[in-house]
Design a protein. Structure first.
Length: 117
């Protein structure tokens, strides 16, 4: 029994997958993300590119390649999460700065306090 037969038997449905990625395409994705994929993930990409079965989606390389704008593209998902992380850090820094200003103002004598902007 093949691996695909096992997936079909376990899930009760045929898996959906894009095909197999080439070494060159995998290298393009690694370069674009600035990472080196583990060998096990590269094997997955070479076998399936991206995979979906039994209601689960495994991110990978889609037919849209580097221009993908949706999941299950690992490139799209990673860039989206990085953007969210940058925004989260920016908000945290602004809130921390505001808290620091409020703390400093609270330590001043009332006569020396200025109204907050």
């Amino acid at each position: 029994m093949s691996y695909m037969d096992l997936i079909k038997t376990a899930s009760g449905e045929g898996p959906a997958y894009a095909g197999g990625a080439t070494d060159a395409l995998i290298a393009e994705f690694e370069n674009e993300l600035g990472v080196s994929f583990p060998s096990s993930y590269k094997l997955f990409l070479k076998k399936f590119e991206a995979l979906s079965f039994a209601g689960e989606t495994y991110y990978g390389i889609t037919k849209s390649g580097l221009s993908a704008t949706a999941i299950p593209s690992v490139l799209f998902a990673t860039k989206k999460q990085r953007d969210c992380l940058v925004m989260l850090i920016a908000v945290w820094l602004l809130l921390s700065l505001q808290a620091m200003v409020l703390y400093i103002q609270s330590t001043l004598p009332i006569s020396e306090r200025q109204a907050s902007p």
